[in-house]
Design a protein around this ligand. Structure first.
Ligand code: SF4
Length: 347
């Protein structure tokens, strides 16, 4: 599939990118100057919406993400060095992104969830890195398809998107990433075109992420300096559960291999099952918590509706999100599609 975007459509995408970047800047400033507002907007609105958006329309997320816009601005302005990344370089950035994801998220309980300036500081570092990689490498290879910590999750949840959109960043395809996650049908963390390290990283993510999410939700947010005393627990539970989940995934993979038949198809179904488990686990805990019904009341709460919603709300929300995830990943069989149309090749 290739794109033939009209100038009017491109202008519209630029307008939306500009508006979302402005919103991102407003949240960033709120984190510093109005931390309560900023923390709610970032951790309790933007982040909970992101997994669903990535599952349904990863191309939309990739087109409008403010960090993507920041990383790709140098390329749009003709300021990028446009260096090509070798397969080994892609491996290195993929490793950095996955490590950042697994090591920064536990810090939410320790400090970030309740500290606006600390969250803003992390975003500053991340944005600086994104711009630096955009200044150095061609199109999305450095950041969006490289070291971005959200990218592994995009590949995990975005395997069966409902929409294929225009690629509103790459004006021509320079083959900067192999495989291109935006342009590959039914992209998963397990599609790596002969890379050396990325297949292992993909297996680690697919198999381990459900456990990691479950483990993360077993820990409360710590206020003040108390969180630093609980650092081993904040990291140990999600990472320990990741290992257990990965072992289960590998064992199931081995059993399926021994059963013979269509191995590739079975591996693909197993990967979808674990992706489904990860996102279902996330919303199982996260949706009730937004309204005060989380395992640690008050943690991750957007608005307290405990006196308004029925006591059955958590079980209803959990049933609904679990059934929806199962249907999305395991029952519906959409045509394999990419996240976005590939623009014309430059040569
Ligand atoms: S469409 Fe082409 S230039 Fe854009 S990210 Fe994919 S491989 Fe790179």
């Amino acid at each position: 599939m290739s794109s033939d975007m009209s100038p009017a459509t491109l202008r519209l995408w630029r307008l939306v990118q500009f508006a979302v970047a402005g919103l991102g800047l407003a949240i960033y400033l709120a984190l510093i100057f109005k931390p309560i507002v900023g923390l709610h907007a970032f951790w309790n609105v933007l982040i909970p919406v992101a997994p669903a958006l990535v599952a349904v329309a990863p191309g939309l997320w990739r087109n409008i993400c403010p960090l993507a816009s920041a990383a790709l601005l140098p390329r749009h302005l003709g300021l990028s060095g446009r260096r090509a990344l070798s397969s080994r370089g892609q491996d290195t950035l993929a490793l950095a992104g996955l490590l950042a994801l697994l090591l920064v998220v536990p810090l939410r309980h320790v400090v970030l969830d309740l500290d606006g300036p600390a969250t803003a500081l992390v975003l500053t570092i991340v944005a600086a890195l994104a711009v630096l990689l955009g200044l150095t490498f061609e199109w999305k290879s450095g950041w969006c398809s490289g070291a971005c910590p959200v990218h592994p999750v995009e590949k995990l949840y975005g395997t069966q998107p409902a929409l294929t959109l225009d690629n509103a960043h790459c004006t021509s395809c320079e083959r900067c990433s192999t495989p291109c996650p935006d342009s590959t049908e039914a992209m998963t963390p397990l599609k790596n075109n002969g890379a050396r390290l990325r297949p292992y990283l993909g297996t680690l993510l697919v198999g381990g992420f459900p456990g990691y999410i479950w483990g993360w939700f077993q820990i409360p947010d710590y206020a003040g300096a108390e969180g630093w005393q609980h650092l081993p627990r904040a990291f140990g539970l999600p990472l320990g559960a990741l290992v257990l989940s990965l072992v289960l995934y590998l064992a199931l993979g081995r059993i399926l291999s021994a059963a013979g038949g269509d191995q590739a198809r079975r591996r693909e179904i197993l990967a979808r099952l674990f992706a489904c488990g990860a996102i279902a686990c996330y919303y199982y805990f996260r949706l009730p918590a937004l309204f005060g019904f989380g395992p640690f009341p008050g943690d991750g709460m957007l608005v307290d509706l405990r006196g308004t919603l029925p006591e059955s709300f958590p079980i209803l929300a959990r049933t609904l999100t679990s059934v929806l995830c199962l249907w999305w990943f395991m029952v519906r069989r959409p045509m394999p599609r990419p996240w976005s149309f590939r623009p014309a090749f430059s040569d």
